[in-house]
Design a protein around this ligand. Sequence first.
Ligand code: T3D
Length: 264
Amino acid sequence: MEDNQPVLLTRQDGVATITLNRPDKINAFNVAMHEMLREHLATIVADGAIRAIILTGAGRGFCAGQDLADRATKPGEAPPDLGQTIKTWYNPLVRRLRALPLPVIAAVNGIAAGAGANLALAADIVIAGRSAKFGQAFCKIGLLPDCGGTWILPRLVGQARAAGLALTGDNLSAETALEWGLIWKVVDDAALLDEATKMARHMATQPTLALAAIKQALQVSSTHTLDQQLDLERDLQQHLGRTRDYREGIAAFLDKRPAQFTGC
Ligand code: T3D
């Protein structure tokens, strides 16, 4: 793996670690970075041995969203077609992360701004270093939160706080993000990657199909009625009840031994 690539991928012990790697630009997204991230996600899906993913950033920040240098226009030039870039890159990325049948853990090291913040929030679990900040920077440049920001924020923190975050663009500290229920955990900066790796390695030993079903059920719950959700739980549980890991979970419990889940 070349260290100068815009996105790095390492794979070990069933865990894929994706590192956004343009640290001098706080890992802001350009097309090369989107392309490589897309490629790495395809590699992970094709690698049957990967059972958990960590998403993090190189250097002092997680991701500053879109590279704004790529959006500068000279007088008389046509404006960029943001609908097209969102359709081509950001929306497929969020959809892909949400649909992956694997847990995705964002390890947020430092600032996560704009699309960078909402990319982190698209993960299943967000662990932040104590110095991390989450900023809906969009309104400061005349845009609205994208990457699902207007969908996820009210669901995580309620309308009042979502509106405050989106309309001011103020950075939220990791501690406040935790207190508000935006993220799962805050740890010391120096412990961030170890903590995320420990969690990902643990998840990579767990019943992967069950974790995927949990992810799926939680994602749709806010748009379902209770009846619809009860039906979905029934269907998913029926499927899980036929898996090898479920049989192993029961056998291990009855034998009073740790379960050896294989992810199928
Ligand atoms: O366009 C589309 O396709 C639509 C989709 C849009 C999605 C979006 O994400 S829109 C929102 C884009 N992001 C932002 O507006 C955030 C812009 N950045 C900042 O506000 C600040 O840089 C930060 C709050 C993230 C960090 O501040 P600070 O003071 O810690 O660092 P800094 O000095 O501002 O940045 C360090 C370097 O990174 C600096 O470069 P330099 O001067 O050392 O050469 C800065 O220009 C560069 N940088 C930071 N963010 C971006 C960036 N360069 C390009 N694009 C950025 N987003």
